[in-house]
Design a protein around this ligand. Structure first.
Ligand SMILES: Nc1nc2c(c(=O)[nH]1)N[C@H]1C(S)=C(S)[C@@H](COP(=O)(O)OP(=O)(O)OC[C@H]3O[C@@H](n4cnc5c(=O)[nH]c(N)nc54)[C@H](O)[C@@H]3O)O[C@H]1N2
Ligand SMILES: Nc1nc2c(c(=O)[nH]1)N[C@H]1C(S)=C(S)[C@@H](COP(=O)(O)OP(=O)(O)OC[C@H]3O[C@@H](n4cnc5c(=O)[nH]c(N)nc54)[C@H](O)[C@@H]3O)O[C@H]1N2
Ligand SMILES: [Mo]
Length: 762
């Protein structure tokens, strides 16, 4: 191993600990937001505070005095920064200059302060009056041949109130195109769980973690992406329950944790060991691994029945509650161990150990994330997790169930209130009846379909409620070029990002209040509501002075666009935007699950959305929980050359999706750089590479042919403890290696975690 590779040092400490404390302080200071932040942090995830925009992990019922985490603080200081991207800044910086900025530098210019319109003559963004912006947007929207030429994108920070109003506007206008950030992460969760258990969400609540014997963490990285979950995992480990992790990379947040809010742990240097067993599956090998565990379980079951011992499977549950067991059984019998070992990278005996541990547990929770969903077989992967749980009746009992770790803090809520390109007939009818409007029935477009429609010239305008769609999508070579063909782009945002610089013919950038900020409308101070990963809906009320007095709230911006577009609308947009309690009343009228909405969010902690599968009520077509046989693989390995690797795009510890807070990835031992690829020592040696060597990476297509256009140059090799056959690189930089056509067959979620590639020494 080459010594002294700049910025590559490894990391020996636990997750959390003093490193987290230092990072918190650095983040607050770098954004020059000290006093405001400290006040903000104390209010975060407290009963009367605002919901942390960092992640969707739920708040504990017994709130600690300060429920915050390092990455939550980064998210908050990034929003509450005192830096400003004002009209004066934009007049000095033409778009061609801004395009040269890094993604980090773009957002680090600070908060947007004024509504802006792009001026092609000077190549600059220029301030525009809100009313003029609304009027011009309205006129353009009315000018298109069909409302289906307009795409309405949502990024999951948007509140339930803003999202409901947004889809109401889009539907009354006549569009059913709702590309959404969930199409890039947990699309397979919605599709897979709906078919399997009749509920497109998780079944567990936080209290289940107090009653489980085993937690399996597969394909997610809580130390970075859901740091508050580490406190829960610490409690699980401390009471003697088992945690097993399945991940190609060793991730420190799954191994050890030192709780920054425990003086004892901080001052004695103690840490809690989290996972007792760690299985380094190959990237894209989960379906085979899960089949291996199930095969071992079934073999054990048959052997025990022969010996008159208690069976391993819960046959009573399977008989009463499920369908499809015999097809699953047949498929598992036909799979050879050799095939499962090759695909998963794990041995038969490792899969049997996993099965033994699973069998010993009376109640098991499976937590999963993008390592499961972002593959061509993402939906089937999710269903294999359900299969495994169903075999032992681990859904709908205390301490057991399925726990997807959702992404954005309100991505689940946005879907619950109607951001859906294929909304149910019942929902549409109720919406029409409540507002006396007519809406389209056409199946609309999700994210990948939207970009393809824009590419074909079928879509004319894109409205983005937050996010950084073009940068978040695969294959910028195609995505960026497509966006530039649009007639109009409208971005509702808090900070500048690269999507805003991809210019259509007409461009508007509308600055929104963030979640930490006070939102005052006609009837006074407003709260919004959000739904977390465990279906808890609660209020969020910002308290800080807005970054600029020209900011508008997201609901106010939607209402402004709607009034200027829909000239004869029967909807009273002004009243709704003036009093969010009225929006909640409308949500309740259209979606009965939200009954007594205003009363129930006044309760401390809010309320839980109905999750019928948690009580073994299966809202599936056949009324049963369904075993689903997996037929697909993430990668057809036979088609690939022997030296091909499978690449997953990864998040660093200092980033939030496309938002780059800093250049470090502390838990993976990287400082001050992002131009690296992670590779195991064996794979490096096999290629004559050592740490510090510089390589180029080239994507391969399904038949194993190199793709000329999908290349990345000049990446430094970092030797990392990870599975064979696998390689990691950071998003969004590595999106050039992805293909817009490599998607999960059912949900169209891009295969961000399994791209076949080859390495070449640079
Ligand atoms: N600080 C911070 N918090 C975030 C985000 C952020 O970017 N930064 N993003 C938010 C969003 S939108 C989302 S969706 C979530 C994402 O949260 P996660 O689901 O944790 O997402 P990732 O970090 O992309 O990937 C998770 C893990 O999958 C592993 N992995 C990769 N390929 C495979 C595979 O084939 N099999 C298995 N078993 N594992 C694999 C990787 O090694 C990595 O540890 O986090 C949310 N929270
Ligand atoms: N290669 C690769 N690509 C990926 C992924 C991956 O794992 N690998 N993950 C995918 C996933 S899981 C997701 S969710 C997507 C994320 O896709 P998006 O949700 O589209 O992207 P973000 O980076 O979260 O959006 C950041 C922008 O949101 C705006 N913003 C922040 N807060 C607010 C607010 O309160 N209101 C408004 N209106 N705007 C706000 C800011 O302008 C900021 O620049 O990326 C996907 N892309
Ligand atoms: Mo996400």
């Amino acid at each position: 191993m080459k010594k002294g590779v700049p910025g590559v040092s490894g990391y020996q400490g636990p997750a959390g600990g003093w490193g987290a404390v230092k990072a918190v302080t650095a983040s607050v200071f770098s954004q020059k937001a000290v006093v405001r932040d400290i006040i903000a942090m104390f209010k975060m995830n407290q009963v009367k505070g605002f919901d942390c925009p960092g992640c969707a992990w739920p708040d504990p019922g017994h709130r600690a005095p300060m429920e915050l985490c390092e990455n939550g603080v980064k998210a908050v200081s990034w929003e509450t920064t005192t830096k400003k991207a004002s009209p004066a800044f934009f007049s000095r910086h033409p778009v061609s200059t801004l395009w040269q900025y890094s993604d980090y530098k773009l957002e680090n210019t600070g908060r947007l302060t004024h509504p802006m319109k792009y001026d092609a003559g000077t190549d600059t963004w220029q301030a525009v009056e809100w009313d003029i912006a609304f009027q011009e947007i309205g006129e353009r929207l009315r000018s298109y041949d069909s409302a289906q030429q307009v795409e309405f994108y949502t990024s999951g920070r948007t509140s339930n109130e803003a999202a409901f109003l947004y889809q109401l506007f889009a539907r009354e206008y006549g569009s059913s195109n709702f590309p959404d950030c969930s199409n890039m992460c947990h699309g397979p969760t919605s599709a897979g769980l709906t078919r399997a258990i009749g509920l497109g969400k998780g079944t567990v609540e936080l209290d289940d973690f107090n009653h489980c014997d085993l937690v399996i963490c597969i394909g997610h990285n809580p130390g970075t992406n859901h740091p508050r979950m580490l406190t829960t995992l610490r409690d699980v480990a401390n009471r003697g329950a088992k945690i097993i992790s399945i991940n190609p990379l060793t991730e420190r947040g799954l191994e050890r944790f030192s709780f920054p809010q425990s003086p004892k742990e901080m001052f004695t240097g103690q840490a809690t060991e989290l996972s007792s067993d760690y299985y380094q599956v190959k990237m894209g090998g989960d379906a085979s691994l899960l089949k291996g565990i199930m095969k071992a379980l079934i073999e054990m079951d048959e052997a025990r029945i022969l010996l008159d011992q208690p069976p391993t499977l819960d046959h009573a549950f399977i008989d009463e509650h499920t369908a499809g067991y015999s097809a699953l059984y047949e498929d598992l019998r036909q799979r050879s161990w050799a095939e499962l070992e090759l695909d998963s990278g794990l041995t038969r005996s490792q899969m049997e150990d996993l099965a033994h541990n699973y069998n010993k547990s009376r109640a098991t929770i499976i937590c999963y994330g993008l390592g499961i969903t972002q593959h061509k077989n993402g939906t089937e992967n999710v269903q294999q997790l359900v299969n495994l749980l169903l075999l032992k009746g681990n859904i709908g009992k205390k301490g057991a169930g399925i726990c997807p770790l959702r992404g954005h803090s309100n991505v689940q809520g946005d879907r619950s209130v109607g951001i859906n390109e294929a909304a149910s007939e019942d929902f549409l009818q109720r919406l029409e009846a409540h507002f006396s409007i007519t809406v389209a029935r056409k199946h609309g477009r999700s994210s990948v379909e939207s970009i393809r429609a824009i590419e074909r010239g079928e879509a004319k305008a894109l409205i983005c409620m937050g996010g950084n769609l073009a940068v978040a999508m695969p294959e910028p070579q195609r995505t960026f070029a497509a966006i530039k063909k649009l007639d109009m782009q409208v971005h509702i945002a808090t900070k500048l990002n690269r999507s805003h610089l991809l210019l259509a013919k007409h461009n508007y950038l509308l600055p929104a209040l963030g979640r930490t900020e006070r939102d005052i409308q006609a009837t006074g101070v407003q709260s919004v509501t959000v739904e977390d990963s465990m279906s808890m809906v609660h209020a969020s009320c910002g308290g800080l002075k807005p970054a600029s007095r020209w900011l508008k709230s997201e609901p106010a911006i939607v209402a402004g666009m709607a009034r200027a577009t829909l000239l004869h609308s029967p909807v009273n947009w002004e009243d709704l935007a003036g009093n969010y309690a009225l929006i909640r009343e409308a949500i309740e009228a259209v979606i009965p699950e939200f009954h007594d909405y205003n009363a129930r969010i006044a309760e401390p902690g809010g309320f839980r959305m109905d999750t019928p599968a948690s009580r073994r009520e299966w809202r599936t077509a056949n009324g049963k929980a369904n075993f689903v046989v997996s037929r697909q693989r993430a990668i057809e390995r036979e088609n690939q050359p022997v030296d091909a690797l499978v690449l997953a795009t990864l998040r660093s510890h200092d980033q939030y999706n496309t938002t780059i807070y800093g250049m470090n990835d502390r838990y993976r031992g990287i400082t001050g750089r992002r131009d690296v690829v992670f590779l195991s020592e064996d794979e490096a040696t096999a290629r004559g590479l050592i740490q510090g060597d510089v390589v180029n990476v080239q994507a391969l297509d399904d038949s194993g042919q190199p793709c000329v256009e999908r290349m990345m140059y000049g990446l430094t090799v970092v030797i990392y403890d990870m599975a064979a056959g696998s390689i990691g690189a950071y998003l969004p930089e590595a999106n050039v290696l992805l293909s817009l056509d490599a998607v999960d067959t059912e949900s169209l979620t891009p295969a961000y975690k399994s791209v076949p590639v080859i390495l070449m020494k640079a």
